[in-house]
Design a protein around this ligand. Sequence first.
Ligand SMILES: NC(=O)c1ccc[n+]([C@@H]2O[C@H](COP(=O)([O-])OP(=O)(O)OC[C@H]3O[C@@H](n4cnc5c(N)ncnc54)[C@H](O)[C@@H]3O)[C@@H](O)[C@H]2O)c1
Length: 301
Amino acid sequence: MGNMVKDKVVVITGSGAGIGRDFALAFAASGAKVVVNDVGRARDSDEFLANQVVDEIRAAGGEAIAATQSIATWDSAHEIIQKAIDAYGRIDCVVNNAGIVRDRFFFKMSEEEWKAVIDVHLNGSFYMSRAAAPHFKEQNGGSIVHMTSTSGLIGNFGQSNYSAAKMAIVGLSKSIALDMAKFNVRSNCIAPWAWTAMTATIPEDTPENKARVAKMKKMEAGKIAPLAVYLASDAAAHVSGQIFGVRANEIYFFNQIRMIRSLHRDGGWTPETIAEHAMPAFESSFFPNVPSLTLTPWDPI
Ligand SMILES: NC(=O)c1ccc[n+]([C@@H]2O[C@H](COP(=O)([O-])OP(=O)(O)OC[C@H]3O[C@@H](n4cnc5c(N)ncnc54)[C@H](O)[C@@H]3O)[C@@H](O)[C@H]2O)c1
C-alpha cells in the first residue's frame, strides 16, 4: 500500500473496466477512498461492473463504493458527486475516464453517432467537473484528471466524433485550470494507450491493422494508473493545464498549440498577397496530417 493519495476522496468514471478499473485499484492501493462509477454490467451475471471492482478493492483492504449512474446528463453526474459527499463528506479528485466509441468515416457518420460520443466524453467531463466545482471551491482545493487521446491531439481515421470530443476536453481542462487556479484546483489531461474493450473494437481487416492490434495487446491498462495517482496527489500541486501520455513503459509530455510563424505586411493582407507572400512562407512549416500511429511506430514495451 502506498500513501500518495491517502484519505483523498476520488470519483473515477468508467472504472468498472479497462483503464478506469486499474485507476480504481491503484488509487485505493495508494490510500484513497474511491467512488467507482460505471454504467456497464458483467456479460455473464448482469451485475454492475462497478460493484465487482468495489468488491475487489474491499477484499484488498481498501475503501470504495459504487455509483452506477451515467455521467452523460447534468442530473446524474451531480448524483455521482453527491454520492461521494454523502459517503465520505468531501471530494478531492475527479477522474473523467468513462468513454465510448462510435467509429465511422466522416462521410457516413450519423447524428446519433456524433451526439452519443460528444455526450459521454465532452458533456460527461463537463458535467462531472462542474458538479465537483462548488465543493472544490469551498474547500479551496481539488484536482481533475481528464482522458484525452492522440486521436484528437494528432489525428485518426473514422473518429471525427471522438477526436472532436477529445480535443475539446483539452480546451475544457485548460479553461478549468485557468478559472479554478485561484481556488487551488488543478486540471490535467492524460492521453493513454492500452488494450481494453475500447481498443478491441479496432478491426483486424488489413495487415497494418493486424500489426497494430498485436502491438496494442501488449499495452497493459494498468500502466496508466501511476500517472493519474500522481496528478491527483499533493506532490503535483504545481502541475496544472498540462497534457501527458503513457504507452506501456513510456511516459510523454505533449506540447501545446502556439503561434510558430508570424508575418507582417504594411497595410494588411489581401487574398492575393496571402497567396503570393504569406502561404509560401508558412508552407515550409506545415504539419503533415497523419493518423497518430504514424508518429509512434516503435514498440514501447
Ligand atoms: N484504450 C486506449 O488505448 C485509449 C486511448 C486513448 C484514450 N482512451 C480513453 O481512456 C478512457 C478509458 O478507456 P478504456 O480503453 O479503458 O475504455 P473501456 O471501454 O474499456 O472502458 C470505458 C468504461 O466507461 C464506461 N462508460 C461508458 N459510458 C459511460 C457513462 N455514460 N457513464 C459511466 N460510465 C460509462 C463503460 O461501461 C466502460 O466500463 C476513455 O476516455 C478513452 O477514450 C483510451
